[in-house]
Design a protein. Structure first.
Lengths: 281, 275
C-alpha cells in the first residue's frame, strides 16, 4: 500500500500476543543456561581426546573417546539389554521407596509412638553401609532382581522419609487450627492441606532418592548378578575393557539424570506456586 | 444494594439462635493457666463478660495480657483451666464450627488462588458448591477483591491477602467473627482502609465481632464496646461503651469529641496498665 508497508515488509512479523516476548526471553534464557554445562562438557571431551591421542596415559587405563563410542556402536544390543535390567531395578526400587517412604512419613507425623518406634531403626538402617549388607540380600533372595531392588529401596528410602516428615510438619499451625474450626475430618485435612504443603520438600527428597536408587541397583549387581550394568562393569573390568566400562558408566549416569528430570518436570506441574519454581520465570 | 443480600443472610442465621439469655457469647469466671517446665503463666484470670448478638467488641491491651488467649478460648482452640464459655447457649468444649477466625497472618493456602482460598472454607465443611460459589462472589465484591479472584497468594499484597482471609472467615455465614490483630501486619494506610471496610461490612450485616487489637484508634473506631485488658494475670481492667451511633465516616469519627475522650482514657489505662 503505502510507504509504511514497504518499510515494514523486510521485518519478519512479530506476534503481538501479550506473553510472546516473555516466552521468548524465557526460552532463550534456558538456551543460555544450557550453554555453560555444554561448553564444559565439550572441553572435558576435548581434554579427554587430547590425553588419549597423545598417549599421555595408557589406553587400558583411560580409553579414547573413539574407543568408548565403538563400545556403544559395536554392542548396542548387549548394552541395551543390561540397561533395561538396571533401569527396571532402579525404577522398582525408587517406586517402592517412594510409596513406603511417604507412608512411613505420614504414620510418623501422625503418631508420636510410631515415630519413637521407627525413627531410630530407620536411622540405623541408613547408617549401615549398603554395600556391606548387599551380600546378605543375595544369600536371602538369590541372584534375581529382588536383592538389587532391595538395595535400591534401602538407599532411596531415607531421603523420602526425612523430607516427607519435615514437609508434613512444615504446615502453618494456624492453618491447622483454622481447619479444626471448619470441622473437617483429619483425612480431608491431610489431602487438602498437609500433603500439598509437604510437596515441595517431598519432591526434593524424591530427587535425591532417584539418583540414589541407581547407585543402589548397581551396588546390588556388583555383589552377585548375571545381568545389569553393574554386571557389565564387572565383566569389562575383568577383561581390562575400559572402553566398555566407560560406556556402562555413561549409561548409568544418563539413567540417573533421566529419573531426576522426570521429577523435575513433575515439579513444574505439582508446585508451580512454590518459591523455588516461581523465581525461574 | 449489597446490604440487602446480607440482610437476607442475616435473618437466615440469627433465626435459629436458642434464646439462652439472648447472649452470643457468655464467659463465666474463666481462668487459663499455662504450665511450662520452669514456670506457670496465668494467661487469663477471672474473666467475666457477655457479648450480645450484633455487638462489635474491641479488645485492647498490652502484649501478654491474654487478649489472644481469650479469643482462642471462645473459639475452643484453647482449653479453660476453670470457668465456662458458652456460645449461643451451648458450652464450648472443643474447636467451634460456628465461628469465623482471622489471624494476624493471612494463613492462606499457597497453592490456591484467591477464590480457591475462599472456597476452601466451603470444601472443608462440605457446603453445597453452587451456593458457596455464589457466596464467594458476593464476598469478593464486598471486600473489593474483584479482579483478583485468580491471583495466587504470592501475587497479592498483605492487605489483599488479609481480605481473602476475611472472605474465607465469612463464607459460611458464621454467627461470630473472631479477629486476632487482623491488620497488625499492614501499613498504616492499608490498615485505615481495612478498618473502614470492616466497619462498613459490620454495619451492613449486623454480625457479632470480637476484635483483638493493639491499636486504640482501631478499637474505638470499630467497636460498639471496648474492653481494656491488663497483664500478669490477664484480666479485664475496664470496659467502655462507645457512644458513637450510626454510620461512622473515618475522618469525622476520629475528630469527634467522644472518640477523642475514649481514646484518651484507653491510652491512659494502657499506659498505666502496661507498666
Amino acid at each position: 500500500m503505502t510507504q509504511q508497508a514497504q518499510y515494514a515488509s523486510p521485518v519478519p512479523p512479530v506476534p503481538l500476543t501479550e506473553d510472546a516476548p516473555g516466552r521468548r526471553r524465557r526460552a532463550s534464557r534456558g538456551a543460555i543456561a544450557a550453554v555453560y554445562p555444554l561448553t564444559f562438557l565439550v572441553l572435558l571431551v576435548v581434554t579427554w581426546f587430547f590425553v588419549t591421542a597423545t598417549e599421555l596415559v595408557e589406553p587400558y587405563i583411560i580409553p579414547s573417546p573413539g574407543d568408548t563410542w565403538r563400545a556403544f556402536a559395536d554392542y548396542p544390543d548387549y548394552l541395551w539389554e543390561h540397561t533395561l535390567v538396571t533401569m527396571g531395578e532402579t525404577i522398582a526400587g525408587f517406586a517402592i521407596a517412594g510409596v513406603v517412604g511417604i507412608l512411613f512419613a505420614v504414620l510418623m507425623v501422625y503418631s508420636s509412638t510410631l515415630e519413637k518406634t521407627f525413627y531410630p531403626l530407620i536411622l540405623f538402617a541408613q547408617v549401615i553401609p549398603k554395600i556391606a549388607i548387599a551380600p546378605l540380600f543375595v544369600v536371602w533372595l538369590g541372584f534375581g532382581a529382588s536383592p538389587k531392588i532391595l538395595v535400591a529401596v534401602l538407599m532411596a528410602f531415607f531421603p523420602v522419609v526425612i523430607s516427607g516428615i519435615s514437609g508434613l510438619r512444615s504446615v502453618d499451625p494456624e492453618l491447622l487450627e483454622l481447619t479444626s474450626t471448619m470441622g473437617a475430618s483429619p483425612v480431608r485435612t491431610f489431602w487438602k492441606v498437609r500433603l500439598p504443603a509437604a510437596l515441595p520438600e517431598l519432591l526434593s527428597g524424591l530427587k535425591v532418592a532417584a539418583t540414589l536408587a541407581v547407585t543402589g541397583a548397581v551396588v546390588g549387581e556388583f555383589v552377585g548378578a548375571n545381568s545389569g550394568l553393574g554386571y557389565v562393569i564387572l565383566q569389562a573390568n575383568g577383561n581390562l575393557d575400559t572402553a566398555m566400562l566407560f560406556a556402562a558408566l555413561i549409561i548409568m549416569s544418563v539413567v540417573g539424570i533421566l529419573l531426576f528430570a522426570v521429577i523435575q518436570v513433575a515439579e513444574v506441574f505439582l508446585i508451580p506456586w512454590h518459591a523455588s519454581r516461581r523465581n525461574r520465570r | 444494594m449489597l446490604a440487602s443480600t446480607f440482610d437476607g443472610d442475616q435473618s437466615g442465621t440469627t433465626g435459629g439462635v436458642p434464646a439462652s439469655e439472648g447472649a452470643m457469647v457468655a464467659v463465666r469466671s474463666v481462668d487459663v493457666t499455662f504450665r511450662t517446665r520452669s514456670r506457670t503463666v496465668h494467661a487469663l484470670s477471672g474473666i467475666d463478660m457477655t457479648i450480645a448478638p450484633g455487638e462489635f467488641l474491641s479488645i485492647a491491651g498490652p502484649s501478654g495480657c491474654g487478649k489472644s488467649t481469650l479469643l482462642r478460648v471462645v473459639a475452643g482452640l484453647t482449653r479453660t483451666s476453670a470457668g465456662q464459655v458458652t456460645l449461643r447457649g451451648t458450652p464450648v468444649v472443643g474447636p467451634r464450627r460456628d465461628v469465623g477466625f482471622v489471624f494476624q497472618r493471612a494463613a492462606l493456602l499457597d497453592w490456591r488462588d484467591a477464590r480457591g482460598n475462599i472456597l476452601f472454607q466451603a470444601e472443608m465443611r462440605g457446603l453445597p458448591k453452587a451456593w458457596a460459589r455464589r457466596r464467594a462472589d458476593e464476598l469478593i465484591e464486598i471486600t473489593g477483591l474483584t479482579g483478583f479472584e485468580k491471583a495466587m497468594p504470592f501475587e497479592l499484597s498483605g492487605g489483599m491477602q488479609q481480605r481473602v482471609s476475611l472472605c474465607r472467615a465469612l463464607l459460611h455465614e458464621p454467627d461470630l467473627l473472631l479477629m486476632d490483630e487482623p491488620f497488625g501486619a499492614l501499613d498504616a494506610l492499608t490498615r485505615e482502609n481495612m478498618n473502614v471496610e470492616l466497619r462498613r461490612i459490620w454495619e451492613a450485616t449486623g454480625m457479632t465481632v470480637m476484635l483483638v487489637t493493639h491499636s486504640v484508634t482501631e478499637a474505638v473506631y470499630l467497636g460498639s464496646r471496648a474492653i481494656v485488658m491488663g497483664p500478669r494475670p490477664g484480666r479485664v481492667i475496664e470496659e467502655f461503651p462507645i457512644g458513637i451511633p450510626g454510620h461512622r465516616e473515618y475522618e469525622p469519627t476520629l475528630e469527634s469529641p467522644e472518640f477523642q475522650r475514649l481514646s484518651g482514657r484507653i491510652r491512659g489505662l494502657l499506659g498505666s496498665g502496661a507498666g
